[in-house]
Design a protein around this ligand. Structure first.
Ligand SMILES: *Cc1c(COP(=O)(O)O)cnc(C)c1O
Length: 397
């Protein structure tokens, strides 16, 4: 099946395509009928309330992207030129870019193996160093990768001890829980993303959540060009144009109604992959920490090259030839040219955990609208690659 050199003509299977419920049109029509075609309106107010309720927090502010939400969170915490902000290294660049927007410097922290997320051990080391140097970070950005919650109890214990606020980058973990509570509700701020590839989408958008209603009020102020209370346009601080459109908030409301179904569908996809490859040595799926429930946004696993004879680039190529979109896992930020001069704290001696994951990790198509037939296509293609590489190693043995 994977032998075909020419591009496969079968339907393309995407990594994580949008999945509309059908109800979105109703809300969009409502926005049109009432002429609320603006970055404010009743859908925004309702969507904010509904997300706050879902996340179990006091308030939520709808913005134009998850990145904008991180930027606002950092600014609301007073991050400015020359400050230091700690951030998970194993994440998408959007987690850290806003640190630089504010002229601050990121320090990157390694992952630990049980969650693939920020290592409390490395975090502790980094904070002790910073305390000695008299330059404690202004904030710690904790990312919940692919829906798996980081070890929040341990992280909060460390950060609370030093009185450092935590921002949860829950862009990928809306619908996940940690010890029964929604991901994104533990830090001073949480952020969600509704980009087209996320578990629910508004095509583009984000949300900043917090229990601090006063700070979120200020966040909305900054997100609307920081207009002072005056009928003429008066400004005493610098703001942004970061609010969400009322039309898009309508899409978000319909998507939120089906979020729990979407989580279940993605978990089913994950479980089917896990079952299909259960007998194969060297395939290790992203773990799910005890007392957490991941939304399994993307099915991620590592493939041991020694054990299987398969490299990630080779497998990606075989899948691409079958018109299947798969991806490597995120390249750690401390390995990015953009951050080549940034500091990094490893989980333990030897190879950093996130570097190992990067070398051997892959994300498989995980959309909630993926059919069983589609998934069998992915599984068959991978089985094919395994068979061939087993044949090869038998020949050379
Ligand atoms: C998608 C994503 C973001 C950014 O969200 P946008 O809405 O695309 O700006 C931030 N962090 C992580 C981990 C993400 O996956």
């Amino acid at each position: 099946m994977c032998d075909d050199v020419i591009m496969n003509e079968q339907k393309r299977i995407y990594l994580s395509p949008p999945h509309m419920s059908g109800n979105e049109r109703k809300y969009i029509d409502e926005a049109f009928e009432t002429n609320w075609i603006a970055p404010l309106g009743p859908h925004i107010d309702a969507f904010e309330k509904e997300i706050a309720e879902y996340a179990g927090v006091n308030d939520a502010a709808a913005v134009s992207s998850g990145t904008a939400a991180i930027h606002l969170a950092l600014q609301l915490l007073g991050v400015s030129e020359g400050d230091i902000v700690f951030c998970s290294s194993f994440t998408f660049v959007a987690s850290a870019n806003p640190i630089r927007y504010l002229g601050a410097e990121p320090v990157f922290i390694d992952s630990e193996p049980e969650t693939w997320n920020i290592s409390p051990q490395a975090l502790q080391l980094a904070i002790e160093d910073a305390a000695r140097e008299g330059s404690l970070p202004k904030a710690v950005i904790v990312v919940h990768l692919y829906g798996q919650s980081a070890k929040m109890s341990e992280i909060l214990a460390i950060c609370n001890h030093y009185e450092i606020p935590v921002i949860e980058d829950a862009a990928e973990s809306l619908g996940s829980t940690y010890k029964g509570k929604p991901s994104g509700s533990f830090g001073k701020f949480g952020i969600y993303s509704f980009n087209g590839n996320k578990i629910i989408t508004t095509s583009g958008g984000g949300m900043l959540v917090s229990n601090d209603v006063e700070l979120l009020r200020k966040g909305r102020f900054l997100a609307t060009q920081a207009r002072d209370l005056a009928s003429h346009y008066q400004h005493s601080s610098m703001g942004y144009n970061y609010r969400m459109s009322n039309v898009l908030a309508g899409i978000g409301r319909a998507q939120l109604e089906v979020l729990n179904d979407r989580v279940q569908a993605r978990r089913n996809v994950f479980e089917k992959y896990q079952e299909s490859f259960s007998g194969i040595r060297g395939f290790d799926f992203m773990p799910e920490l005890e007392h957490t429930r991941s939304n399994r946004w993307l099915t991620a696993l590592t493939i041991d090259e020694q054990e299987t004879g398969i490299t990630i680039p080779f497998l990606l190529e075989a899948l691409a030839a079958e018109n299947i979109e798969a991806r490597p896992v995120w390249k750690p930020l401390h390995m990015q040219p953009l951050f080549e001069n940034s500091r990094f704290y490893a989980h333990s001696e030897g190879e950093p955990v996130c570097e190992r994951l990067f070398k051997s990790g892959i994300c498989l198509p995980s959309g909630s609208s993926m059919t069983v037939v589609d998934q069998v296509r992915v599984v068959d293609c991978i089985h094919d690659v395994i068979k061939k590489s087993a044949g090869k190693s038998a020949q050379t043995a």
